[in-house]
Design a protein around this ligand. Sequence first.
Ligand SMILES: Nc1nc2c(c(=O)[nH]1)N[C@H]1C(S)=C(S)[C@@H](COP(=O)(O)OP(=O)(O)OC[C@H]3O[C@@H](n4cnc5c(=O)[nH]c(N)nc54)[C@H](O)[C@@H]3O)O[C@H]1N2
Ligand SMILES: Nc1nc2c(c(=O)[nH]1)N[C@H]1C(S)=C(S)[C@@H](COP(=O)(O)OP(=O)(O)OC[C@H]3O[C@@H](n4cnc5c(=O)[nH]c(N)nc54)[C@H](O)[C@@H]3O)O[C@H]1N2
Ligand code: SF4
Ligand SMILES: [Mo]
Length: 687
Amino acid sequence: MPITHHRTCSICEANCGIIVTAEGRDIISIKGDPDNALSRGHICPKATALADLQNDPDRLRKPLKRNGDSWEEIGWEQAFIEIGERTRDILARDAESAAMYIGNPNAHSYANSLVSGELKKALGLKNIYSASTVDQMPHMVANLALFGHSGLWGVPDIDRTETMIILGGNPMASNGSVWTVPDFRNRAKALQKRGGQLVVIDPRRTETAKIADRHLFIRPATDGLLLVALLKAVLAHPARPALPDYIDNLDAVADTLSGFDSAICAAQTGVPLGDIKWLADRMVNGPAALYGRIGAATQSFGTLNAWLIALINIASGQLDREGGLLFPTPLVDTVAMAGPGSIGRRHSRVSGHPLVMGEFPAATLAEEIETPGEGQIKALFVVAGNPVLSTPNGRRLDAALESLELMVSIDMYRNATSRRAHYILPPVGPLEREHYGLFLLPIAIRNFGKFSRPLFEAEEGTLHDWQIIRKLAETISGLPIERATPREALDNLLKAGPYAISLAEVEAEPSGKDFGPLQAGRFPERLRTPTKRIDCAPANLIADLERLHETLAQAKDDRLRLIGRRHVRSNNSWLHNSPRLVKGPERCTLMIHPDDARARNLGDGSLAEVASKSGAIRLPVEVTDDMMPGTVSIPHGWGHNLPGVSMAVAQAHAGASINDLTEEDALDPLSGNAAFSGVPVEVRPAA
Ligand SMILES: Nc1nc2c(c(=O)[nH]1)N[C@H]1C(S)=C(S)[C@@H](COP(=O)(O)OP(=O)(O)OC[C@H]3O[C@@H](n4cnc5c(=O)[nH]c(N)nc54)[C@H](O)[C@@H]3O)O[C@H]1N2
Ligand SMILES: Nc1nc2c(c(=O)[nH]1)N[C@H]1C(S)=C(S)[C@@H](COP(=O)(O)OP(=O)(O)OC[C@H]3O[C@@H](n4cnc5c(=O)[nH]c(N)nc54)[C@H](O)[C@@H]3O)O[C@H]1N2
Ligand code: SF4
Ligand SMILES: [Mo]
């Protein structure tokens, strides 16, 4: 008899409800759940790939140990004992020589988030790196500065807005980010049907731009100048509404901005000043929401951009307003769970980067492994991460990893990063675990909670990620951990949350428990600033405007600028071993405008060599006028053909890694975030 199982797809931030039909351990179908109030039946092709992941013959089921180039399967006990001994030995020589890199899938595992602190503690960790500093850290710094907590996010109210402006995001491919907005396509359609407009500002005419009412091309990494001009236009707008009483110092920002000439700013961005004024008009007339994402965050002005985006929403009266930017009341209040976050409590050993929210920039991991001295990283624990493919100048990091005394990867694949590990510890399959969108439901477009039980029992002799993490912590510290299971901890968090609900009550709703659309009027109560006020002019950001101003005087060159992209059939670096996802046309291509291609003798489908100061890669050319002239695009997460990798499908569709080209010294100084957007590159036919 087939069974029907309701769960949540755990691959991306959208948290779509799915219904899996299975007979025994055979998966018959994976479909969208129409009764899920958040996703309303939507799924994307990646949900069906959960079956490929679950059944993937390359997915590791037992711990692997590496000796030189050879690998052997070992038992869990042996793995824990050996790792414990080797780690203790390394820490006895230098207590600060261990580090952890925490990858993106941890954000999709409530259990990992709740136990990873145990391993950090056992390692006495001072060196924490994560995918956050190649992603959203700039937003978190801006959240802290303005709202008093790094995890207090504003959510664009797409379901009730009249103008939705997207800067550097492509939700038609990504399904939304730091914005849990499943079924984006139909939400955009509904917006258009009620007379509203979707506007996209992006150097590429993306899948989202193609369904938008307007698309504006912008030169990569000039967003700060666009936002300055837009904020100035909003501030000067005659219809600008009065601001709530709890907002301070917007005038001080306006004074500083008087040093910028909007026409000069606009000219640098490629967006006509008239269009910027039109955007200001839409923002002020509202309801409207301005949303910026990875293209605007992964820049050397990432934090400045995030701050300016918030100020534009504030100044045009869209903060905490229906149809503007809203602040959820999630079932688990993750803001109350953790401290606000801090900046600069310590500085990194080699380059002196400030610690931001407890982390050093992932881009500096290589130099901390390479550079001798006290505190040099000798032991590295990678939890669900693939930094060789996902951090800037991954090639340099790859070489550095080879020199580690001990590297442990908690991962189900032997891939570009874990091939360097001495031990790979694999977790259970994706349909064998529980799910709760702990950190993603608090940024969803509805107040919604849903818990999924495992569909299948874990295979004999396998462990959950959280069990591996806890066991490592125990064997390294030599102390048993008598803490709640993640499930018990989640139950307590739900009971302590705004709805005082138990896990059993949430679990009783197979399609999730819905508490309706987000509410306006949560500020100032929801603010976490000590004063319950918003200071629009934090000193570090005002100072950074000066750095932006200096860019206006810098000499420009006419090298091509490289940006990234995502495709709906891929997710970062780790779904390329799914036969159903990689089928179809080759996706790891260099997109280039016809004029730029012609000038370099490159035809569609020809092979190009792309070189930057970090390195060079070869990949096929895709000539398209979707690209802004002067700009080229390559997706990230490819480049699987490396010795020691054991992912047959991914190796057959290997592609090349954009992060062999990106630069590890191009960072946003305020957040430590990698500046991926706008890397200068040379493109020529491959010899
Ligand atoms: N140039 C460029 N680089 C980028 C980006 C970009 O836009 N451009 N985007 C950046 C962004 S936003 C991010 S988030 C990072 C991602 O960077 P990472 O988090 O370092 O990389 P992922 O590709 O997400 O790799 C996830 C790893 O976890 C494993 N994995 C998957 N699920 C699980 C699980 O449940 N348990 C365990 N233990 N392992 C699991 C996979 O096999 C894979 O090895 O990449 C960044 N890199
Ligand atoms: N299918 C799929 N979904 C995913 C992922 C995936 O890999 N595949 N990854 C997940 C993760 S970890 C994340 S963080 C999210 C990211 O979610 P999004 O932020 O929506 O990610 P992208 O689709 O890369 O969109 C970024 C856009 O920024 C544009 N861009 C690049 N440089 C600039 C610039 O300088 N200025 C401006 N204005 N735009 C620029 C790019 O052309 C691109 O269209 O997606 C998540 N969802
Ligand atoms: S958009 Fe696709 S990958 Fe993301 S949660 Fe939904 S079904 Fe899964
Ligand atoms: Mo990300």
